[in-house]
Design a protein. Structure first.
Length: 148
């Protein structure tokens, strides 16, 4: 998925009778995402940038697959840790930042670009920065989504 003039994925899905449930999410990375259904089949069109796509996989696709498989717990329990540095969010969007946490703290990793996957090789979580939070100060508690 993309937001560009030459992305025809959404149009193709709609022409093939996929019912749109939502399109575009107020988040970074991963805004251009389509979610729909056709009969009993769920349809995800993930963003084209690799890190955006993997982020959305962890947040949306993996829980949906677990749900379809009948798991009673489809989300990993969230974790709360103290942040090792300040986080600024002037985007007005929910941010998902690749991070590494231990027993007490969490560190935002370098390389947050949506085109870069290398940070996922060492990340064990995504820090969730809600759209209405403009900054976290060093030492403040933040919520994490563990990934593996």
């Amino acid at each position: 998925m993309s937001v560009g003039d030459y992305d025809f994925v959404k149009e193709a899905l709609l022409q093939n009778d996929v019912k749109e449930l939502f399109y575009k999410i107020n988040q970074k990375p991963g805004k251009p995402m389509f979610f729909g259904s056709k009969n009993e089949t769920l349809v995800f069109a993930l963003p084209g940038n690799p890190a955006s796509s993997l982020t959305n996989f962890y947040i949306y696709v993996a829980p949906a697959v677990k749900n379809k498989m009948g798991f009673s717990e489809i989300h990993k329990p969230k974790v709360v840790r103290k942040i090792n540095s300040e986080i600024k969010n002037s985007t007005g969007k929910t941010l998902f930042l690749k991070a590494k946490y231990d027993e007490t703290n969490v560190t935002v990793l370098d390389g947050q670009s949506s085109t870069m996957l290398n940070t996922f090789a060492v990340a064990n979580s995504l820090i969730i920065v809600p759209e209405n939070v403009e900054n976290y100060k060093k030492g403040q508690l933040v919520t994490l989504l563990p990934i593996d």
